[in-house]
Design a protein around this ligand. Structure first.
Ligand SMILES: [Cu+2]
Length: 327
């Protein structure tokens, strides 16, 4: 039996504290983020009008309060110049905000050519980042100074990728692709959150963004998948069980969660929701991972979505070996 309080626990996912930055925005890990000036412009306009409106209101309440013995006088009902002024000034302000916002939005949407591309899959409740060499990780590793484009989709419900330090935020929608791009210009580790309420464990749908120097990144990418070949399969499977988020629904100590515990299931005969039975063997586990909806265990909801494309055959083998050790 492998000790599960090892390295790869959820508690380890860095809930990195915000450092630097202003009261309003965290320190940017990217040069000249397009949205910052727009944000401060809108904030300034709001603050200005807040004090103007509330200030005048207070002044008028005092100045024009009803007093005994003073009769209300007939006042002007209409003042063309004033009306033009209070229409045109806001129109100009709104026009400026629109222009600034639209320009920033276009810059955020249109990725430059030559981006480094990473595929992102959101699922309940885990991020999976797949690199051009086919390796998938649960954290986002990127090279510094290179534009990176994320092509994203979801296997279940809508999720939303948010990296405050890089000023990007975009929904992941099942059945279609969305994308964002950024260029990190400061090495370091930043936080990535899901910002679309997506079920029970939404608040734990976190990941780290690790910005490496160009050489470190290549080094990391070469070595990242090594554990699959260097560790015994069952231990590699234990790491994958954490990295692919199986632990969020399946315990290894016998307690049932969203999904059944994986403790001691190997070799047992299970009853399915349709009344049939199945022996838990390698093929059944493989099918449970790739086509979870094919055989539903009695007493559970069909909420596990497919890992098709998110685990390789070798990875499935290690997961099976890991499940076998859970006795
Ligand atoms: Cu989510």
């Amino acid at each position: 039996m492998i000790d599960l309080d090892g390295l790869y626990s959820l508690a380890e996912l860095p809930l990195l504290a915000q450092t630097g930055g202003s009261f309003w925005l965290p320190d940017a890990a990217t040069k000249d983020p397009a949205m910052d000036p727009v944000f401060y412009l809108i904030l300034a306009v709001c603050a200005l009008f807040f004090f103007l409106v509330v200030g005048l209101m207070g002044l008028f309440v005092v100045r024009y309060a009803r007093r005994p013995g003073v009769k209300p006088q007939k006042t002007t009902t209409h003042h063309t110049l004033l009306e033009i002024v209070w229409s045109v000034i806001p129109l100009i302000i709104v026009g400026v905000i629109f222009y600034q916002g639209f320009a920033a939005y276009m810059e955020m949407q249109n990725a430059p050519s030559g981006c480094y591309e990473i595929r992102v899959t959101g699922r309940q409740w885990q991020w999976v980042f797949t690199y051009p060499n086919g390796y998938s990780d649960d954290n986002l590793h990127v090279p510094v100074d290179l534009p990176v484009k994320l092509t994203m989709t979801s296997t279940d419900v809508i999720h939303s990728l948010w990296i405050p330090a890089l000023r990007v935020k975009m929904d992941l929608v099942p059945g279609r692709y969305t994308s964002v791009w950024f260029r990190a210009d400061k090495e370091g580790t930043y936080r990535l959150l899901c910002t679309e309420y997506c079920g029970d464990e939404h608040s734990n749908m976190l990941a780290a963004v690790v910005v490496h120097s160009a050489e470190d990144f290549q080094e990391w990418l070469k070595g990242a998948a090594d554990y699959l070949t260097t560790l015994p399969p069952a231990e590699a499977g234990k790491i994958l069980y954490q990295r692919r988020g199986c632990f969020q629904c399946h315990s290894t100590d016998g307690t049932a969660g969203t999904g059944p515990s994986l403790l001691g299931i190997y070799g047992r005969t299970h009853t399915l929701a349709d009344g049939g039975t199945v022996v838990v063997d390698d093929n059944y586990i493989r099918q449970s991972i790739l086509e979870p909806q094919a055989k539903i265990l009695a007493g559970y909801q069909p909420v596990m979505s497919t890992y098709q494309g998110l685990v390789t055959d070798d990875e499935i083998t290690t997961l099976i070996e890991f499940i076998k050790t859970l006795k």
